[in-house]
Design a protein around this ligand. Structure first.
Ligand code: NAD
Length: 291
């Protein structure tokens, strides 16, 4: 597989989870990878994976929320690897807290990383792409939380909903330069960030999640990396301004079956609905009167 041979991918938060999975997948497809993370140790581990696949890797320790860091990072990517053709704005944090307890510093950090960080990544990457005169691909990691939220999650959800809408504007602005911009909405993916949501193998959180998720399992970084690869590769050429949810079907399952005991809830719902059958038939007969 070498659809991305000769391309350079600039991936933020590539020292862990979805970012690392994406680095590995794009390297398998032939891309060289610029691995940006605050966590140098994690970034070096990803770099080892990339070089083992025979591709070049360059690690940049940088904070996505800093404009100066991001300008330096994008320049370093081009200086060391030769170009910047694909950008994955993936770095993100979650600061969950109820509204009565949210600390302003946590709220601000979440905005800085998840919104300003994505904006700066797209800005510095797009400038390099435009300067090169070559087409480019930009992929931003949003979340299922952009559509669904709940207790303590509203702040994170606000940032992810922001990413989801920003890509649509960027797709309009950057299209004339041959740059596509898309967003991905992962469901619950097994990474350090989502430990509390994904639970542990065999534990009650994990088994409840597996029961509720139509495909019957928790997500893996490789699932999302496959979609990143689609958006970055030749098959994604006609996709721009899109938001693609990849959650194993969890969005609609969580809306309807919050208790997670699908079979019992379904049985109870059928029983209650059957008890209303007489009323339903009466209403139906009224509905059938057309004049
Ligand atoms: N795991 C999930 O279930 C899930 C679901 C939906 C969306 N997401 C999103 O996917 C993205 C990746 O998350 P993950 O689950 O792989 O998390 P993760 O914690 O495993 O990895 C995130 C990486 O980003 C780095 N990072 C954090 N802040 C940074 C900063 N300011 N500058 C540079 N690097 C920084 C961290 O050091 C870490 O290596 C995030 O945007 C997250 O919101 C995750």
């Amino acid at each position: 597989m070498s659809a991305l041979l000769g391309k350079v991918a600039f991936i933020t938060g590539a020292g862990s989870g979805i970012g690392r999975g994406s680095a590995e997948r794009l390297a398998r497809e032939g891309a060289d990878i610029c691995i940006l993370d605050l966590d140098e140790e994690g970034a070096e581990m990803t770099a080892n994976l990339v070089t083992q696949l025979g591709r070049r890797a360059h690690v940049v320790k940088a904070n996505v929320a800093s404009a100066a860091n991001m300008q330096r990072a994008a320049q370093e990517c081009v200086d060391t690897l030769g170009s910047l053709d694909i950008a994955v704005a993936n770095a993100g944090i979650a600061r969950a807290a109820p509204v009565l307890e949210m600390v302003v510093k946590d709220w601000q950090d979440q905005l800085d990383v998840n919104l300003t960080g994505v904006f700066l990544t797209v800005q510095v990457a797009a400038k390099q792409m435009v300067n090169s005169g070559k087409p480019g691909r930009i992929i931003c990691i949003s979340s299922l939380a952009a559509e669904n939220t709940g207790m303590a999650m509203w702040g994170y959800s606000a940032t992810k909903a922001g990413v989801r809408i920003m890509v649509r504007g960027w797709a309009q602005e950057l299209g004339p330069y041959g740059i596509t911009v898309n967003a991905i909405g992962p469901g619950v993916i097994e990474t350090p960030l989502a430990q509390g949501l994904a639970g542990e193998e065999g534990g009650i959180i994990r088994s409840s999640l597996e029961k509720r998720t139509p495909v019957g399992r928790v997500g893996r970084p490789a699932d999302i990396a496959g979609l990143v690869n689609f958006m970055a590769g030749p098959d994604g050429e006609f996709m721009s301004g899109a938001y693609v949810l990849m959650d194993g079907g969890l969005r609609d399952a969580s809306a309807g079956w919050e208790a997670g005991d699908t079979e019992n809830i379904m049985a109870e719902r059928m029983r209650i609905m059957a008890s209303g059958e007489e009323r339903r038939q009466k209403l139906q007969s009224l509905l059938d009167i057309r004049d």
